[in-house]
Ligand binder design. Structure first.
Ligand SMILES: [Zn+2]
Length: 70
């Protein structure tokens, strides 16, 4: 039983680390062609929406209602 829990924990942690690494090191191609941008380190509010500057491609981005940056 303990072995099973250990295996499940390893899978969970492993998939989270993989997701985090993919999100961090996805190529700039995703910025240009799909529109996935990284969360800006500095964020402003222009009176209507959150704005920022994508740290990967340098483009100015907006946050949508789902919390994603485009
Ligand atoms: Zn970007």
């Amino acid at each position: 039983m303990e072995l099973l829990i250990t295996i499940i924990l390893f899978i969970l942690v492993g998939s989270m680390v993989t997701l985090a690494l993919c999100n961090r090191y996805l190529p700039k191609w995703f910025c240009d062609h799909i529109g996935w941008h990284l969360t800006p380190t500095t964020q402003d509010f222009d009176g209507c929406s959150l704005t920022g500057c994508c740290p990967r491609c340098g483009k100015s981005v907006l946050q949508d209602s789902q919390g994603n940056w485009f």
